[in-house]
Design a protein around this ligand. Structure first.
Ligand SMILES: [Fe+2]
Length: 394
């Protein structure tokens, strides 16, 4: 991201910055990779260190099933039951040592605690729901189609407008960034990028709660949840400046790149972390060579697991693939269009499908929660006549 500032702060960093009563504000440097990457300086009403009490940790590690089978999977994501609490609602379904793919259907806003993921950056795709992400950096409003990119360590609360919310969350154990090939040496997005700076929404409204009390913060670290009680409100920031902060980007602002013949998934790439990429498949013109085949070719992916989350499009007529479903095609065995899909795609000019892809270089492992959503017939669905998958993706 780029330099941004909000609120008030001293002219020179690391100098005396005083309140009206003459006391000092507390300066906090926030970084996620030592002092060698982007950081932000925040100015707080109170030190962020005043712990009242530390509670007992709770193990929230994903329950892996240790499945040794290489197997295509189709997970019916909307079968995840909605639950009131946000943390309880987060159901990891596919995980490896670089990232975790999580489905979540929270009903209630977070009103009596704050959350901090100290393990991972989070990319939260809003499939259903509207509201406000409240953070120590300020607030971001969100709606259908938004990616919320939250650096690790950001203290936040979700404030939902209603109870019908569906989230796809990717936890990344490395910083999430836009593809390097779309940025120049100064970080500016280049002309061939499918998005530009104007598409990224930064925190605007800064909440400053200059109050003391007992504030509960659940801190996630190494798959445990630590309840910390702090003396000061986590949102007591009067100003900050720097390069590290949460932001929002709408999938509807992704400008698709098209060609005369089928182009591979990297043209859809939106974000990346170490060991994985996130891509946006958006409504677009199909390939325009007179003999083009809009459906993807069969693909032997020996080096990556390919995960696709279906957001919107004409999936109801397609057996087995529904809105909210995830397909996972593991590395080592080829995948591709279902029988009849290639022929059916010929001459098609346009697709209205919307999907989010997360491809990983390390193998993903399903969790017990994933098995509860799994369609057992999917791995053998290519042998039949009529089990067409979406034409536009591979
Ligand atoms: Fe593929």
């Amino acid at each position: 991201m780029h330099y941004h500032s909000i609120g008030k702060f001293p002219h020179k960093r690391h100098t005396q910055f005083r309140k009206e009563d003459g006391s000092l504000y507390s300066e906090e440097l926030f970084s996620t990779e030592g002092f060698g990457n982007v950081s932000t300086l925040l100015y707080r009403c109170h030190p962020p260190t005043q712990i009242i009490q530390v509670g007992e940790p709770r193990d929230i590690a994903p329950k892996l099933i240790h499945d040794k089978q290489l197997k295509h999977r189709s997970l019916k994501g909307f079968n995840v039951d909605p639950v009131d609490d946000y943390i309880e609602s987060r159901k990891p379904v596919l995980v490896n040592s670089d990232c975790a793919i999580i489905l979540s259907a929270p009903r209630k806003s977070m009103t009596d605690y704050f959350f901090k993921n100290a393990d991972a950056d989070e990319v939260i795709f809003i499939h259903k729901g509207t509201g406000t992400l409240r953070t120590m950096y300020g607030n971001l409003t969100f709606s259908y189609g938004d990616y919320l990119v939250i650096p690790r360590g950001t203290v936040y609360q979700f404030n939902f407008d209603n109870e019908d919310n569906r989230l796809l969350i990717v936890e990344s154990y490395s910083p999430v960034v836009t593809p390097r090939r779309y940025r120049n040496d100064f970080g500016q997005l280049l002309e061939h990028s499918p998005f530009c700076e104007r598409d990224f929404r930064k925190p605007t409204e800064l909440e400053t709660h200059d109050v003391k009390g007992d504030f509960l913060m659940y801190i996630k670290k190494q798959d445990n949840l630590y309840p910390y009680h702090y003396l000061s409100h986590p949102f007591d920031v009067v100003g900050w400046d720097g390069y590290l902060y949460p932001y929002a980007f709408s999938i509807h602002d992704f400008e698709p790149i098209t060609g005369r013949v089928h182009l591979p998934p990297p043209i859809h790439q939106t974000f990346e972390g170490a060991g994985f990429v996130i891509c946006s498949f958006v409504p677009r013109l199909y390939d325009y060579h007179p003999d083009s085949i809009p459906a993807p070719y069969h693909h032997s992916n020996v080096d990556s697991d390919e995960v696709l989350y279906y957001v919107e499009g004409n999936y109801k007529a397609r057996k087995g693939i529904e809105v909210g479903s995830i397909t996972a095609h593991p590395q080592g065995i080829p995948h591709g269009p279902h029988p009849g899909t290639i022929e059916a795609s010929l001459g098609k000019k346009w697709t209205d499908e919307l999907a989010v892809m997360c491809d990983t270089f390390r193998r993903l492992f399903p969790t017990k929660a994933a098995l509860d959503l799994d369609d057992p017939a999917y791995p053998e669905s290519w042998k039949g006549e009529h089990f067409p998958q979406s034409a536009g993706k591979a």
